[in-house]
Ligand binder design. Structure first.
Ligand SMILES: C[S@@+](CC[C@H](N)C(=O)[O-])C[C@H]1O[C@@H](n2cnc3c(N)ncnc32)[C@H](O)[C@@H]1O
Length: 474
């Protein structure tokens, strides 16, 4: 029987041929340099592990290699603010948009470190255990939602609630922010759960009724042990005597330091608020088109920050479509662009999307595979269609706000569904070209990543491209 790919092979191949000269294996950008791994021993980054982040070295590399002096930089998918803080160290004025309060709260904690009274923080940390022992009634507590219920051992939960109550009474706001952040950073370690991309995995010791093979996450730390360790790490990193000290980072290195500007919201609505030609550089990494659900993997952190069931559901739907649960946002986008009197932009974006022959081909192939029941979820075609459509809007706005001659660097992985590779790099670059960017390079990381375990079973371990795109505004 003929494969679906054989029926529609041409448009993606044509696009590949057109960009082939721009694809370049970047031996200096190994996976390790690009990914969060490169940050993992650095102060602040090691406090809260945001595995979806990229590395500060990557940001610094592009900003210094492609710009002669600091200007304004933007990350519309700011995560925990790697772009913003790395650029700040180099004297740039940083702006970020991030939807999830998880990233936002890490960034706020980081901002709170500027000018914090470390002596007072050390004193607070020293006294914490005696002071906590005195809290017997707590007026602050975690309000669980269905997907987090019973995530902590009872004793841990009690301690956590006491701690929240204690933190709420700390008068000095910066100290309070850092203390709250310390517990926020250990939630996974003290819980029965493990972050696992699409959802949380639950340990067999939890009270939940679990099906399938029992999962053992190994040692579950007590609240006291985990917090002690975290606070020690924070104090060490803040100490002026340590070589890795944050103070070395806060010192200006000869550059003027500007406070970072963080906007919490969706870049689909926030980007249009910036004026034209405002930024010299964009360094960003959107969610990948890989079904990864940040609102489920970070559910503990979201409830810790006070999000209700409804708010978590709203966040899931507001995120760039990258899960099979995401519904279309096209009507909202239409209304939004009409409300800001920019319907012509909406029409233009739709035209660019509809005119992409490779995109049309991908959508057709996925619909066909769905009919043949070759996809393991029948919402995958909808997710892919909307992922690209929403990014088409984002790229249009990014091009508008980038100055002529300015750059956009984007980190993203290609994906594969039903055995079909989807060339995220080429399709997004084609959109970018239509909105006024030159495609200078598509740097391909030396080692791409394998498939999901499900897909490996069916199609063998082949690699999809993992890339860093370099676009320059014409
Ligand atoms: C790959 S991560 C970026 C990580 C970032 N580069 C870092 O180093 O921390 C993608 C981020 O996009 C955010 N995001 C998803 N949809 C968004 C939207 N519509 N607007 C703004 N941010 C969004 C996610 O919450 C996630 O933090």
């Amino acid at each position: 029987m003929r494969q679906v790919a054989e029926i529609f092979p041409t448009e993606r191949q044509r696009l590949y041929n057109r960009f082939a000269g721009r694809l370049e294996t970047a031996y200096n950008l190994s996976r390790k340099v690009v990914s969060f791994q490169a940050n993992k021993d650095k102060p602040v980054y090691r406090w809260f592990k945001y595995k979806e982040g990229f590395s500060s070295s990557l940001v610094k590399y592009f900003l210094t290699e492609y710009s002669s002096k600091p200007g304004r930089v933007l990350d519309p998918f700011a995560g925990v603010g790697t772009t913003l803080f790395a650029a700040q160290e180099l004297g740039w004025k940083s702006y970020g948009i991030e939807l999830l309060p998880v990233g936002d709260s890490v960034m706020q904690a980081r901002e709170a470190l500027n000018g914090i009274d470390t002596e007072q923080l050390t004193k607070t940390v020293k006294n914490i255990w005696t002071e906590l022992a005195e809290v017997d009634l707590y007026d602050q507590h975690i309000k669980h939602i269905s997907i987090t219920k019973d995530a902590f051992p009872d004793e841990t939960e009690k301690y956590l609630n006491k701690y929240l109550t204690y933190c709420s009474k700390i008068k000095e706001k910066k100290i309070q922010a850092v203390m709250r952040f310390a517990a926020f950073s250990v939630l996974e370690e003290i819980s029965f759960t493990r972050k696992d991309g699409q959802y949380l995995r639950w340990d067999y010791r939890s009270k939940r009724k679990l099906s399938g093979k029992p999962f053992d996450k190994g040692k579950i730390l007590t609240f006291e042990d985990a917090l002690k360790h975290k606070l020690h790490q924070i104090i060490t990193d803040l100490s002026p005597n340590t070589s890795a000290s944050l103070f070395n980072q806060f010192e200006s290195n000869g550059h003027e330091q500007h406070p970072v500007k963080i906007i919490q919201g969706s870049c689909l609505e926030e980007l249009p608020k910036f004026e034209d030609d405002f930024f010299d550089f964009i360094v960003t990494s959107p969610p990948y088109c890989n079904r990864y659900d940040y609102t489920r993997t970070y559910a503990l952190e979201l409830v810790y920050l006070g999000c209700s069931n409804e708010q978590v559901r709203d966040l899931r739907q507001t995120m760039l479509s990258c899960t099979v649960e995401n519904k279309e946002k096209i009507d909202q986008l239409n209304q939004f662009y009409t409300s800001i009197d920019r319907s012509e932009t909406f029409d233009h974006v739709m035209k660019v999307y509809d005119n992409s022959a490779a995109m049309t081909e991908v959508n057709k192939v996925l619909d066909e595979l769905n009919k043949l029941q070759k996809l393991n979820n029948n919402n995958i075609p909808r997710m892919v269609r909307n992922y690209f459509l929403e990014l088409c809007f984002v790229i249009c706005e990014m091009a508008r706000v980038t100055k002529n001659g300015g750059y956009c660097v984007m980190v993203n992985d290609n994906v594969r569904y039903g055995g079909e590779e989807i060339s995220v790099d080429l399709i997004l670059s084609e959109f970018a070209e239509n909105f006024g960017y030159n495609i200078n390079k598509i740097f391909v990381l030396p080692k791409g990543k394998g498939n999901s375990s499900q897909q490996m079973g069916n199609y063998g371990r082949t690699e999809v491209r993992k890339c860093v795109y370099l676009w320059q505004k014409r």
